[in-house]
Design a protein around this ligand. Structure first.
Ligand code: PXL
Length: 279
């Protein structure tokens, strides 16, 4: 069994970050270690939330793992609490990068044209340094524009997405996966480009609603899929199909929560789909 480590916050209630990555990646048959970067009462879309930064734990925990000879097949970072923590995470990559393991960065910091409330405008430049060290990054369009300095657009064409991808590759990462891409009002999906020019796109019908936590579920399935040996294109299809199913079921549910997608109820669907790819 492959082992990955994910560095992101624990939002105690809110179904995001570690509380999404841990169940999804485990259900996919991959050991999921965690390095919590902060503990929050909820995610930051709630009006009131607490946040205890755990930056001072990153180095001692890493030291202990190094002494124990623990290593990882994948390193997956999500929401990071501060610019300083971005610098620490770069140091973590330097320590735990090895030949053949995969660093995946979800620069979770913005959506719908806006930075999340906890960040200031200097934060994207620090996150860009984290992305530079990654094998793969999975930004949405808002994050891609903040990382590259390109204008954020709600209406765009393929040339705009291609330029974002090329500028992101120029940061230093090897593969760019942009989520939430749409060239047709009826369709929404994903577009990837790697440094050798390989591209992949996959679209499904656009769901009329969007929910928090879908980016975290998406990234978790991509990483889980890659760890289970899927080609990138198959991992992106699996992640897209799963997230669409989660959104559809959340819309249909009478007791869904405002603050998160119901990713939990569709874990059996995810596992049975995964089997069709790994047979
Ligand atoms: O889902 C991304 C995310 C993760 N962690 C925290 C967040 C958010 C999005 O708002 O606030 C703390």
């Amino acid at each position: 069994m492959k082992r990955i480590i994910t560095l992101q916050d624990i939002s105690c209630v809110g179904s995001c970050s570690i509380t999404v990555a841990l169940p999804i990646i485990s259900a996919m048959g991959v050991e999921c270690g965690i390095l919590p970067t902060a503990v929050l009462s909820t995610h930051t879309m709630f009006k009131t939330f607490t946040c205890k930064d755990l930056s001072d734990q990153i180095d001692p925990i890493s030291d202990a793992w190094e002494k124990e000879g623990i290593d990882f097949d994948g390193i997956y970072t999500g929401y990071l609490a501060s610019a300083e923590q971005c610098r620490q995470v770069c140091g973590f990559f330097d320590r735990f990068k090895k030949q053949g393991n995969l660093i995946m960065v979800d620069p979770a910091m913005a959506d719908n044209g806006k930075l999340y409330p906890a960040f200031d405008e200097k934060f994207p430049a620090e996150m860009a340094k984290v992305c530079a060290k990654a094998d793969m990054i999975v930004p949405n369009i808002t994050e891609a524009s903040l990382l590259t300095g390109m204008p954020y657009k709600e209406e765009y064409d393929r040339a705009y997405i291609r330029e974002l991808q090329e500028k992101l590759l120029a940061l230093g990462c090897k593969t760019v996966v942009i989520t939430g891409v749409s060239y047709d009002p009826e369709k929404l999906g994903v577009s990837s480009l790697d440094k050798d020019g390989n591209e992949f796109e996959y679209f499904r019908c656009r769901c009329p609603k969007s929910y928090h936590g879908t980016g975290d579920a998406y990234a978790s399935v991509i990483l889980g899929g890659l760890m289970r040996g899927l080609e990138l294109g198959d991992a992106l299809k699996l992640a897209t199909d799963y997230v669409v199913k989660c959104i559809e079921e959340t819309m249909a549910s009478e007791d869904s929560r405002w603050y998160a997608v119901d990713f939990q109820t569709q874990i059996p669907y995810l596992c049975s789909e995964l089997q069709t790819y790994t047979k």
